[in-house]
Design a protein around this ligand. Sequence first.
Ligand SMILES: NC(=O)c1ccc[n+]([C@@H]2O[C@H](COP(=O)([O-])OP(=O)(O)OC[C@H]3O[C@@H](n4cnc5c(N)ncnc54)[C@H](OP(=O)(O)O)[C@@H]3O)[C@@H](O)[C@H]2O)c1
Length: 349
Amino acid sequence: MVVPVMPPVGSGWPSWLPGPDILFLGIPLGQCWLRCELVLHGVPAYTGQRRKVDIPKPGPDEVLIRVVATGLAPKDWKFTKNSGRDRALNAGDDIAGIVESVGSSVFEYKPGDRLPLFTAWVTHQAHMLTAIALYQALQLPLPTVPGSKDTSVLIYGGATAVGAYALQSAKLSGLGPIVTVAGSGIDYVKSLDVADHIIDYRQGNVTQTVLSALNSRNVHRALDAVSSKGSHQVIVDILTASGGENVKFSLTFVASAYSQKHAYITQKQADADGEFAFFFYRYLSYLLAQGRSKPHPHEVLPDGLDGIVSGVQRLYDGKVLAKKLVSRNSETPELKLRSQLERGKPTLP
Ligand SMILES: NC(=O)c1ccc[n+]([C@@H]2O[C@H](COP(=O)([O-])OP(=O)(O)OC[C@H]3O[C@@H](n4cnc5c(N)ncnc54)[C@H](OP(=O)(O)O)[C@@H]3O)[C@@H](O)[C@H]2O)c1
């Protein structure tokens, strides 16, 4: 097994790096390379088109990665939902691959390194998001400084990738009681064995059921791992009923792990998140390698690049429950055929 590692020391995640819906295929085919990315648009229906790209040259603090596998995330449909073909875009950044070349200041990676194991990468993206939310924004105690069992926390959406990592992190931090809300993913949430109370949102009246489960104990910190369908309002109701007078919101984007400011934080906070991520990415790798944090379950889509649009559609339709969709470039039919031709064993589709 390859122990996962994360983006290079001192570097922002390269802005050119392709992502899930999207492949930068640097597959050597004799002397030529096939290079493209898949861009998506959602109007009138989710559609993808390949676009030729030049292979980028990494800057001093960047690495060039040949993408092997990609993971899909809700932003792949969210960012493309209202775009027509003329505004098709590549929104993704969940990838795993092999380092092709490194910038002059990079000292942790070299060409040929595997970065990182696919499921681990998915883990890292969603996992880092939850780490920034729990430890930087909510200021909960780190696993290395365990909290007390008096620090209750609500994780709304325990079966989402983000929620499942938040639950595991909350447990590692020694928080409790840990309350979560899930539906058809309840069995998966139970299998993690970290939540003290699992509330089924399909039964309705989530606010009251959470408060009853807490049995007069208050909850003052919550992470919304759904962020739609009125989830934030349910959370506000619970925090308010728990004695919170001025419920404060803070929005988290994983980009701040690379010190990128966004509309909801200052540059100072983005820099602090970047420093936090510098060591926490490595700590996540350690937790994974030790089996103390479990990667989210995943399903490999058929046909590589060609299967991605149907995966995005399934995400949009809410039909992907308690798992990640992933895609492997090498399973794109024409690449499969080319590789068979190279090996002298063509099998026509
Ligand atoms: N993954 C990332 O790296 C990432 C990064 C940035 C932002 N985000 C954001 O974080 C949120 C979650 O993303 P994700 O990738 O973790 O999602 P996901 O794994 O695709 O979420 C799927 C799960 O959502 C749950 N769900 C749907 N409606 C729900 C509701 N009303 N209450 C509770 N659970 C509900 C379902 O749980 P049940 O099966 O139990 O119904 C389903 O299993 C999204 O808003 C996304 O944009 C994610």
